[in-house]
Design a binder for this molecule. Structure first.
Ligand code: ADP
Length: 395
């Protein structure tokens, strides 16, 4: 069965076509600069890659072009071969705690929550609508970044602020990267058994940690928005909220402008003054740049601190998992993080740690908590969720 996964952004549309249940990627690609002058797309299949310029006025033109290219390139013979489309949707709030079959009506329901994810949700839903129109007989499934975290209990997801803020305005921790953490939870339960306590550390450009017990989320570091938690590539993570009105006055900027600076000019970029990409900051640190060294130390320490907090919350974790761009690829950052939790009796073997991008246990035999590197795969998780709904529907 062929299943398409889609991640639609405001000016982009990323897709993968899977053969399921084999979990094989048949084709993948990206439509870029949708709605802009110099739009183009790239499709990878069969070891080949094509790039074409094309006037992509809006998402539905990109979707129609994708459909016609899949046929013209001989990747599929007819559109009927696609049995499901899984859409990444950032925010499902409390209402959408499971992958959900989408219709125009449901898309409208979800759009109620656009104000909770204003940068992503409208684009995610526009992508979903385009596919519902282009493939009316195919099951479209929404897979929400917030869904996996909906098992958190009130005592974890509430902020200690007036309770009415939650009741009237939905002010609570929602958590993000849920699809990645769910995938990590699935892979680790296949490796170690279902009754495990893990700390999943998704450390990419964005970053979040998630405490998971027996496949259910206990707590996660991102909050009402993805700005909370650990220090990230260009996001601050947790800060004292009183800084916001103070710096607004000093810089004569609006709250929205300061929030944008906390999202885009902070984190590794803010401290290093060089880049949000940990490769640049790592090489700056290697060359002795004091601000890069400081940025790296702060980054590692904040992650280590949350690992210790979650180890306590889980009453002793069985495994720590490092994943996403930095977690999968940077042996330097992995070591810096684990060096900061030796008080938990956690150690990694430098030889085992000397690699990138594959599933591997890197802890020493006497480490009190196992440490794994696991490549995440959000597209596959979306394909699996979509497949399971279709198979469930057929039964
Ligand atoms: P996103 O949050 O955008 O999905 P990714 O998980 O793809 O991010 O991670 C991207 C980040 O991973 C890059 O910004 C870079 O900091 C980091 N990264 C990728 N490769 C390496 C590497 N070899 N060494 C260190 N960091 C890396």
């Amino acid at each position: 069965m062929k299943i398409l996964t889609v991640n639609a952004g405001s000016s982009s549309l990323k897709f993968s076509l899977f053969e399921m249940p084999e979990e094989k990627v048949i084709a993948s690609g990206l439509f870029e600069k949708i709605g802009l002058n110099d739009s183009f797309y790239t499709i990878k299949y069969n070891g080949e890659k094509i790039t074409k310029e094309y006037d992509l006025k809006d998402h539905s033109i990109a979707v129609n072009k994708l459909m016609s290219e899949l046929i013209e390139l001989g990747i599929i013979n007819s559109l009927d071969e696609i049995e499901g489309v899984g859409h990444r949707i950032l925010h499902g709030a409390q209402e959408f705690s499971e992958p959900t079959v989408l219709s125009e009506e449901i898309v409208k329901e979800i759009s109620k929550y656009n104000e909770l994810g204003p940068l992503h949700n409208p684009a995610n839903l526009m992508g979903a609508s385009s596919f519902i129109k282009a493939l009316p007989n195919v099951i479209n499934v929404g897979v929400f970044d917030t869904a996996f975290h909906q098992t958190m209990e009130e005592k974890e997801y509430l902020y200690p602020v007036p309770y009415e803020w939650y009741e009237l305005y939905g002010i609570r921790k929602y958590g993000f990267h849920g699809t990645s953490h769910k995938y990590i939870s699935k892979v680790m339960s296949e490796a170690l058994g279902p009754d495990i306590k893990i700390i999943s550390c998704h450390i990419g450009n964005g970053g979040s940690l998630c405490a998971i017990k027996n496949g259910k989320v206990v707590d996660t570091t991102m909050g009402f928005t993805p700005l909370a938690g650990i220090m990230m590539g260009s996001r601050s993570g947790d800060i004292d909220p009183s800084i916001i009105p103070f710096i607004m006055k000093k810089l004569n900027k609006s709250a929205d402008e300061i929030i944008t600076m906390l999202n885009k000019n902070s984190g590794l970029l803010g401290i290093s003054g060089i880049s949000s990409d940990s490769r640049d900051v790592e090489s700056g640190a290697l060359n002795g740049d004091p601000r890069c060294i400081l940025a790296e130390e702060m980054y590692a320490q904040k992650i280590a601190n949350y690992i210790a907090v979650y180890n306590n919350l889980l009453d002793g974790a069985d495994a720590i998992v490092l994943t996403a761009g930095v977690g999968e690829n940077s042996k330097t950052m992995r070591k810096m993080i684990i060096d900061r939790i030796h008080s938990l009796g956690v150690y990694i073997d430098d030889k085992l740690n000397d690699f990138r991008g594959e599933f591997r246990k890197i802890s020493t035999d006497d480490s009190k908590i196992l440490v794994y590197v696991v490549p995440t795969n959000e597209e596959l998780m979306i394909a699996l969720d979509t497949y399971n709904i279709i198979v469930g529907d057929k039964n």
